[in-house]
Design a protein around this ligand. Structure first.
Ligand code: NAP
Length: 565
């Protein structure tokens, strides 16, 4: 079926972060007309909103880029191992300006609804101001971590001081000098802002509910020689990252607790990971940290000892030491995080057994202790994976709501399509691999591009995905997660990647833990088999009533892939 009504654009992209920008470029390459709506006043998505002091990537600069632009990779230099928020935003601005993508982006425009019309086969995208635009393809690039968890604390309205949320940080400078500052939340965000504020606030009080295993980032400036080396090795680095389970340019050590039995050698391996900094600790030390209890126990204990070695006050060190297995929560990358607690102006308050509420002057714990503050910062995390799309009022075939659909069962095909939501493509939606997003989205958007090219070339007007393929993917996804050690402890420790950080949210694994290469194989299986698991429609008049043409029914299906894996 072809729409009898002409849509305003071939495609609409929602979100102008990494995913949306990458999508806009892809659509341009296909010669499709495209429009992008972005709630922020500039590009960046998460990098636009999360401009709190200390915000920087946890992935290394050489894999935090858009791989599709050969000329930019030669021109652009990040200045640090972990680029700062400002630098990432400058990079994204450079990308959109270089490719003249900015003119297709409408800023300060939040999308309230996206509705599919069965009769017209078009999507109507409606802004918060009530303006509607139509398109044939809807690319949802609204971000896996974009819906802020608002402070749920009683008494917030009575508090008379300043308060801020890290993920909606003001564009103006906030002055902390001489102030008594509180921060609630010690995830990857809290861990970045705490050492920064420790140096400027008069007093900094950290309210921690659950401790994290914080890995030392060991940031450094990238000098000219290193910048040259990055460029020379760029393709090899990117290939390494694309074939790494978590999209990082890291190499498994080949060492496990099974093949290294000498405790001293294991310590040396972990020491090397600790010294390398950041995620090298979990990806280049013991390969069985994710799957072997003994290995994970050794690493967890090693990290607890490191905390005790850095933090001078034993009681503070104890409160900062997690009891759950390493990797049950996504470990943050710190920059002198534990060291901050050795400063006389920094205090840690354990709220693992206390609720907190706000009152006129500050924070009161349920055990009755009151703390006065001039400023309170909330770094409470996000409604991850499904949050942005569930909030948006997305309706597919027969007016079915995506939010309602996902509340019952979180279904996608490989994080790119949802059954019953034709011509809607998820860009870094739920179920994409857990890992370094620039690598993940490069693969995902390239696949969407190939699919659109196939549709345009063959005059296919509608794509949906078969329920069989979705079911096969769902079982594979669950199986991959169950194979990790932390399938249960992630829920118990409140990890956001299973939705356990949001009260009342259905416990679903929101990301794929089978690794980037296997995910890529699922997607490639579709392109290689002329999209055997997809249901396409031809223009009206050329299709058979009640039957969708199968492009290649003989080809290998998703189920075949798993059974041969
Ligand atoms: P998060 O990991 O979910 O941490 C939120 C923090 O707020 C936790 O310490 C949590 O405690 C606390 N919290 C939430 N609700 C609370 C309540 N009602 N009372 C007391 N404490 C409460 O969120 P995040 O730090 O924003 O990080 C989320 C993810 O964003 C990261 O894992 C990472 O993937 C991404 N991120 C990346 C970077 C980077 O790459 N540089 C930087 C920041 C964030 P509980 O643990 O007890 O729930």
């Amino acid at each position: 079926m072809r729409s009898s009504k002409k849509a305003d654009y071939d495609a609409i992209v929602v979100g102008a972060g990494f995913s949306g920008i990458r999508s806009l470029w892809e659509l341009g390459q296909l010669g499709l007309t495209a429009k992008c709506f972005e709630a922020g006043s500039d590009v960046g998505g998460a990098w636009y909103w999360n401009r709190y002091p200390g915000a920087r990537t946890d992935s290394e600069a050489w894999v935090y880029a858009m791989n599709f632009i050969p000329e930019l990779k030669d021109e652009w230099n990040y200045s640090e191992r972990y680029p700062s928020q400002q630098e990432v935003q400058r990079y994204l601005s450079k990308v959109v300006d270089h490719f003249h993508l900015r003119e297709n982006i409408e800023f300060d425009t939040r999308i309230r609804a996206a509705h599919y019309s069965d009769s017209e086969n078009i999507w109507t995208i409606t802004t918060a101001a009530g303006l509607s635009t139509t398109c044939r393809y809807f690319l949802a690039a609204s971000g896996p971590l974009s819906v802020t968890k608002a402070p749920p604390f009683a008494g917030l309205e009575s508090y008379t001081g300043e308060w801020y949320q890290t993920s909606i940080w003001p564009t103006r400078q906030v002055d902390f000098r001489g102030k008594r500052v509180a921060i609630v939340g010690t995830g990857a965000t809290g861990v970045q802002i705490i050492p920064k504020l420790a140096h400027v606030a008069k007093e900094l009080t950290v309210f921690q509910r659950t401790p994290n295993y914080v890995l030392p980032g060991r940031n450094y400036a990238i000098d000219e020689d290193h910048a040259t080396e990055i460029k020379q090795n760029y393709d090899a680095t990117w290939n390494r990252a694309s074939t790494h389970p978590f999209g990082l340019a890291m190499t498994a050590s080949g060492k496990t607790v099974e093949n290294v039995t000498d405790a001293r050698k294991i310590k040396q391996i972990l020491d090397a990971g600790w010294e390398s900094g950041g995620f090298h600790f979990q990806f280049e030390t013991l390969d069985d940290l994710f799957t072997n209890q003994e290995s994970n126990d050794i690493a967890s204990e090693y990290l607890r000892q490191k905390i005790h070695a850095v933090v001078q006050d034993p009681n503070t060190a104890k409160i900062l030491s997690p009891k759950y297995p390493f990797l049950s929560k996504r470990p943050p990358c710190g920059h002198f995080y534990y060291e901050a607690y050795n400063r006389p102006n920094v205090k840690l308050v354990d709220i693992s057994r206390d609720d907190i509420a706000l009152y006129e002057k500050g924070i009161r714990t349920s055990s009755g202790v009151e703390y006065e503050f001039d400023v309170i910062i909330f770094a409470l995390g996000f409604d991850a994976g499904t949050g942005a799309l569930s909030e948006m009022d997305v309706k597919g075939c027969q007016g079915n709501s995506l939010g309602d659909h996902w509340a019952k069962r979180l279904e996608t095909f490989a994080g790119v399509l949802v059954p019953g939501f034709p011509n809607m493509f998820l860009v870094c939606g739920p179920h994409v691999p857990f890992g370094n997003m620039p690598v993940v989205l490069e693969i995902g958007v390239s696949w969407i591009g190939k699919t659109l090219r196939h549709m345009e070339k063959n005059k296919l007007t509608k794509i949906d995905v078969s329920q069989t393929a979705v079911d096969a993917w769902s079982s594979h996804l669950d199986e991959a997660f169950r194979a990790t050690l932390f399938a249960e402890s992630a829920k118990a420790s409140g990890a956001w990647f299973v939705g356990a950080n949001i009260p009342g949210k259905a416990a679903n694994v929101l990301f794929y833990f089978g690794g980037v290469p296997t995910w890529n194989a699922w997607l490639e299986n579709e392109t290689r088999t002329a999209w055997a698991n997809m249901i396409f429609s031809l223009p009206k008049g050329t299709e058979k009533v009640g039957e969708y043409p199968k492009i290649n029914s003989q080809s290998q299906t998703a189920t075949d892939i798993i059974s041969s894996a």
